[in-house]
Design a binder for this molecule. Structure first.
Ligand SMILES: [Zn+2]
Length: 95
């Protein structure tokens, strides 16, 4: 087991798996060590829990009608679902 896994495991234990405590610490560790594994872990946790990667707030989903062309003389739309952070405006394109 490498040290990153070890740190992350003990962090989860120490913080009772509370992501709002864990994520800022992971972020600090990433900036301090520049070890991409911390960043990867943040990415995965945020994706899984629908959280903003920048400020760790809950993301909201919104729909957008995207014009994709024309169908039998009428404009054709495709519905896209984006996620956006209400706190910092961080934007996650269609998922
Ligand atoms: Zn945010």
């Amino acid at each position: 087991m490498d040290y990153v896994d070890l740190i992350i495991d003990s962090l989860f234990e120490h913080c009772n798996e509370d992501l709002q405590e864990i994520l800022p610490v992971l972020s600090e560790l990433y900036h301090f060590t520049k070890d991409y594994q911390f960043d990867e872990k943040i990415e995965v946790l945020c994706m899984k829990n629908n959280l903003c990667k920048k400020c760790f707030s809950k993301l909201t989903t919104y729909q957008e009608e995207d014009l994709i062309g024309e169908y039998m003389g009428q404009p054709a739309y495709q519905t896209l679902y984006h996620r956006v952070c209400p706190e910092c405006g961080y934007f996650v394109p269609e998922f």
